[in-house]
Design a protein around this ligand. Structure first.
Ligand SMILES: C[S@@+](CC[C@H](N)C(=O)[O-])C[C@H]1O[C@@H](n2cnc3c(N)ncnc32)[C@H](O)[C@@H]1O
Length: 266
């Protein structure tokens, strides 16, 4: 009997052109695709028409299949002999529970491979015109979950992180945003520190709100997830480097898999 395998594949941050060549190649051969909410639906059209497409939810406020159930689906489909693509937004090993899925596959004796993806943590700031490092402004960055900020004993050490790195990139931070801003200020970050929140980055929906730690809470109140938060002096570079906002909507809408990519338009 044919032996199945699971590929944990990063779909990239939203712009379908940011999926890797290897990921796309596997998607085009997939017999089963198990995907999350943040995966651009355009990518699903790349799978063979006969492929089984299984949506497993995920994302705050959305109905989510328990992780054990998702693991069970991956294991069962692979045991049927299928080529399974587990397609996840961004990179599968950055806040994507890809590590847990790999552990479950290992424990079940199911072969797997990991295909890294372009994480929203780096791509979304880039599309907003914010380099995470810069020779004069930032020598370090950290990617942090904002999801746990409200816990009595959060696993993120805000006291140390607040000033230990130049640029903070916070994923899943919108729900606890006022709390996070409070922690950063309480632990020594200047109220004048520039902050950006970018919603649906790298897509035609991309929306950016900019302020400082002193005034960003009210400005951010209009936003809904998914949002990447960037805190640090590099945010100020956006004033000059906001290249993606300058592209015409029609150019942003071009499907790079079937047409030309925005960046190679004259
Ligand atoms: C569960 S994490 C998954 C991260 C993913 N594995 C990655 O590497 O990008 C989901 C969070 O990623 C961020 N995110 C993912 N795609 C985004 C996008 N296109 N625009 C803004 N934020 C995004 C948001 O903070 C969202 O709450």
């Amino acid at each position: 009997m044919k032996k199945g395998k699971v590929y944990l594949v990063g779909a990239g941050p939203g712009d379908p052109g940011l999926m890797t060549v290897r990921g796309l190649e596997l998607l085009r051969r997939a017999e089963v695709v198990v995907y999350d909410r943040l995966v651009n639906p355009v990518l699903l059209e790349e799978a063979p028409s006969a492929a089984l497409r299984l949506f497993v939810g995920k994302g705050s406020g959305f109905h989510t299949l328990p992780q054990e159930q998702i693991n069970g689906i991956l294991i069962a489909q692979a045991r049927l002999g299928s080529l399974v693509v587990r397609l996840k937004g961004g990179d599968p090993f950055i806040f994507g529970r890809g590590g847990e899925e790999a552990e479950a596959l290992l424990a079940a004796g199911v072969p797997f491979e990991v295909v890294p993806g372009v994480s929203s943590a780096v791509a979304v700031p880039a599309y907003a015109g914010i380099p995470l490092t810069h020779r004069e402004l930032s020598s370090s960055f950290a990617v942090i979950t904002g999801h746990e900020a409200c816990k009595a004993e959060p696993s993120v050490d805000w006291a140390r992180l607040s000033t230990a790195v130049d640029t903070l990139v916070i994923l899943m931070g919108l729900k606890n945003f006022p709390l996070i801003v409070g922690k950063l200020l309480a632990h020594g970050r200047s109220p004048a520190t520039p902050v950006a929140l970018i919603r649906w980055g790298t897509t035609e929906e991309q929306q950016t709100v900019v302020g400082t730690l002193a005034d960003i809470i009210d400005k951010a109140a209009v936003l809904q997830p998914p949002v990447v938060v960037v805190v640090g002096e590099v945010v100020a570079l956006r004033d000059r480097l906001h290249w993606f906002d300058e592209l015409a909507l029609a150019v942003k809408r071009v499907d790079p898999l079937n047409g030309s990519h925005p960046q190679i338009q004259p």
